[in-house]
Ligand binder design. Sequence first.
Ligand SMILES: C[S@@+](CC[C@H](N)C(=O)[O-])C[C@H]1O[C@@H](n2cnc3c(N)ncnc32)[C@H](O)[C@@H]1O
Length: 244
Amino acid sequence: MSSPSPITAPPHLLHLLSQLHQTSLEQEAAISKKGKVFSADVLGDLEDKSSASNPKDDFDRLMLDKFIALDEDKCQFTYQLINAMGATNVVEAGTSFGVSTIYLALAIARTKAATGKSGVVIATEKEKEKAAIARTYWAQCGPVVEQEIDLREGDLLETLKDGLPQVDLLLLDIWSALALPTLKTVLPRLRPGAVVLTDNTISGAAGYADLLAFLRAPENGFQNMTLPFTNGFEMSVYRPELTQ
Ligand SMILES: C[S@@+](CC[C@H](N)C(=O)[O-])C[C@H]1O[C@@H](n2cnc3c(N)ncnc32)[C@H](O)[C@@H]1O
């Protein structure tokens, strides 16, 4: 028996989500032998191929039309967690075509209604074309999603530098080399008890070595657990006051 979905949303929106996940999985299966894209692996493969061009540019070009959406069960878990925490201010790095963003928006819409608190999903995407397409999906979802999102276009190390509220939850769904710099950018705005979720921390562990070392160093104030989703999903609770 399949487990029930916790998501409360109109049928057209649930249908859109399942279509977007399906397309994302098909795309990843087509470009990766492992069936999932790990940025460090794909970049490494491009670096190994003899080419006169810059592998990072090749990587960006390859990813331009790819969803690389967070797995459906991880999206559902994140939605549940936001509801459990009463989280209303969420930062997402990065956004791509905005699939996980839809779950974050639906979740904070509920916690805002339940708590009367204000809040926003701050989404970030450096590729203009991807940001534009994300906006079209959110428009299809309707105001319940669209009105909850502040999409900041550009390099997240710039777009997240200023204007962050106290952050309840940070979703790191970004190329692994950027994960630690992103965490350090948002860290001053994390509230005690905030949660940082990082995708693919089992299969992508090599690429995340610096991030995981930082999260697991006791003086940095995080309690960590690798949740047993496919390829791993790191849940890190920020409790800086307990390290003093
Ligand atoms: C794994 S995808 C995000 C998938 C998305 N969370 C979802 O579930 O649909 C990572 C995205 O981060 C974007 N990205 C990469 N470097 C970035 C940067 N420096 N600033 C902002 N976005 C960036 C990429 O263009 C890509 O679309």
